[in-house]
Unconditional design. Structure first.
Length: 99
């Protein structure tokens, strides 16, 4: 004979089945939390990479004609790009990490 409790848990079956079900539920919840944390880390890291790159480029003061400005921006990106790539790589690892 099986009775249902107020939360949908069967209180009358095998206690081992109940414990196993609770353990599985807890593991699923822990995995969900870990996945959400990884996604949040990755999103924050990507946003940081974009914001830092944009802020750094905004600080570059270029003068001269279009060719001179182009060279100055390329020089700035030569410095900034590896840093942005490192942040994006960290974010990607956060998205792709297996639990």
């Amino acid at each position: 004979m099986s009775e249902e409790g107020g939360f949908g848990f069967p209180f009358g079956g095998d206690p081992e089945d109940l414990l196993r079900g609770l353990r599985e539920f807890a593991e699923q919840q822990a995995e969900s939390v870990q996945e959400a944390q990884r996604e949040q880390f990755a999103t924050l890291t990507l946003n940081t990479a974009v914001e830092l790159t944009a802020a750094a480029l905004a600080q570059v003061q270029v003068e001269g004609g279009a060719a001179d400005q182009s060279i100055a921006m390329r020089d700035a990106m030569r410095v900034l790009f590896p840093e942005a790539v490192a942040l994006v790589s960290a974010a990607r690892q956060g998205f792709m990490r297996e639990s």
